[in-house]
Design a binder for this molecule. Sequence first.
Ligand code: 4NP
Length: 149
Amino acid sequence: MRILFVCLGNICRSPSAEAVMRDLIEREGVEGFVIDSAGTGDWHVGKPADSRAIAAAADRGVTITSTARQVRPEDFSEFDLILAMDRANRDSLLAMEAADPGRVHLFRELAGEGELDVPDPYFGDDGGFGEVLDILERGSITVLDGLRN
Ligand code: 4NP
């Protein structure tokens, strides 16, 4: 099972989601998963994650290691699940020529929470990053449970 998390810049939410899910999979000892993240935008390509995201995750024992990259056409064949952080990211993915709509889901919707966004913490204060991690930790447990059963 290959999962790609997608947000706008690939420096806040999707690198956090990638790290949280990888941490969960390692702690659960589940085999056979590939986890990655990417952004619909290209502004931050090649950069590490936002230092606030790295610090908030580190507070919870989760290490963010990603380098930002943009979504590419091959992602729609190389990943089984492409999980958008918000509805705008999902719509951007679906608008791509290479899009395979069957693989694209809104993360919180797949986590059974309805059509809700993971809020963008980039322009907010540090508390936003903790809120994002709460959503990601909770949602990842539900998503992984669903994939294992
Ligand atoms: P992300 O957050 O999509 O969670 O990585 C953002 C990062 C950068 C920008 C917006 C959101 N930006 O406008 O540069």
